[in-house]
Design a protein around this ligand. Sequence first.
Ligand SMILES: Cc1cc2nc3c(=O)[nH]c(=O)nc-3n(C[C@H](O)[C@H](O)[C@H](O)COP(=O)(O)OP(=O)(O)OC[C@H]3O[C@@H](n4cnc5c(N)ncnc54)[C@H](O)[C@@H]3O)c2cc1C
Length: 493
Amino acid sequence: MKTGVQRSPVESFDSISASHRVLVVGGGVSGCAAAIRLRHLGFDVTLMERARFPREKICGCCLGAAGVTALDALGLGDGVRRLGVPTHTFVGYLQTARPLKDSPSNTDGICRPPVRLPIVPGVAISRSVLDTYLLEQAKRAGVDVLQPHEAQVLRSDSTSVTVRHRPRVEQANQVSADRENNGAANSGNGSWTTTTEYSSVILATGLTGPFQGRIDPELQGDVPAENSSGDACQTSPTRWDLPWIEPPHGPLGIAAHVPGDHPLAAAWPIPVGEIQMVCGDDGYVGMVRMPNGAIDIAAALRSRGKGKTSSMGQRSPVDRVVRLLLSHPDLNSHSERNRLPDQSWQSWLQQDAVWMSAPPLRRQRQAGQGRVVAIGDCARYVEPLTGEGMTWGIESGIAVADLLHRMGETGPLSPKVDDANGEDFARLWQRHLPAIQTKRRVLCGLVTAALRYRNFRRVTRIGLSYAGWMAKPLTWGVAAGPRFESTSDAPDG
Ligand SMILES: Cc1cc2nc3c(=O)[nH]c(=O)nc-3n(C[C@H](O)[C@H](O)[C@H](O)COP(=O)(O)OP(=O)(O)OC[C@H]3O[C@@H](n4cnc5c(N)ncnc54)[C@H](O)[C@@H]3O)c2cc1C
């Protein structure tokens, strides 16, 4: 699949880009990729990120091979390889049987010996390190970064975008952007500034942020009611938002780190380079060792009520993760090496570990309207099982920048996008999206759906134990992304 620019974007850069000011909202992997690429293409770019970095973020911390290749096109692949550790093997513990009725087991399933599969190497890297590195690179490329600074779109039409933004003053005890994003720890912020200076806005706000399909009472009265031309961008008189195609539903995300200097990090048998995953009726949990020896634990738990016993539904998410982990044969509580000096690892996870959670993961929204487009998790979600979320974010960031640049070559970006023939920025982006995502989204969705069922897990385990090569189309398919031309030698890069 080839969706990158067809000729060197650096050579074809012209003055239209320079006069086109773009705002990127959100400085995660998608926002940074978009901002850096836009700078390489000569655009004037501002990025607003509401959290202070470094910040941890809920994630399995496994950047797939395609994501690293996409970063190569920005000249950043080697930097990320240096900061992380290579991942080369997937080890799947599949729950294939229930524990006996009268057994004292406190897990919902039993895993036989795992399935081991070689994968196209990716990188294990903590999000505090990765996101901080990418944002630093954005600054070096000439992106004007405002942080901690939040932004909201007030309206978008064919000639301009109205945005309001303000500096944020964070609470001293704020430990993670994810926690804060979900809560209301928000006082003491600067005052809002409203502007129409940006010709296009790229939303890269992830799963949280203001674009949640809900009415923000603060915005009441700020925005005039729907205009007489029936401006489709305004979904209600009181706020602007991109409508959901698929509202948030499905699995709940939850993650924690075992710090590198914690006894559990030394005790748990998670070798460097292995992505270990326990898959059961209740969802899946992945573990990977990061460069500083810490272990990332990240789970996607099935939403309540779907084929679950009532006892499952009553347990807390952390208890559910612990029960999944207990079916990992090397992590069971009887093993001497997994015992901590003064408590069990289960109680450490339940009482002392710092957990981050995410709202329901599955979702998709209209990918843009007028001059505003969404990328990464803000646009749509990819199953975390195969570690594709960051890759999708980076690829969509690069692709959206290339698209904006190509529009500059083929039609006027400014002062008015040409939507008379239905080809404004957002519509083009909406049409462009499937080419960069559908194949892998479908692949990941199918695998995840299938692993929900015990019989399928049983067949998969037996099949792959004897013929591991059968997984090759999947592992290679997931690792093969769009090819982007390199802009790392761009004068602005
Ligand atoms: C349990 C779990 C495990 C996962 N495991 C993996 C994995 O192993 N590999 C993988 O590739 N992916 C994984 N993912 C998915 C991955 O984390 C996401 O796909 C990825 O982080 C999306 O990046 P993003 O840049 O779109 O959003 P984010 O990384 O969420 O960044 C959004 C940024 O926008 C900022 N922001 C939000 N609103 C505003 C605003 N109004 N103004 C300014 N800034 C704002 C936020 O502070 C944040 O920094 C996992 C996800 C979950 C839930």
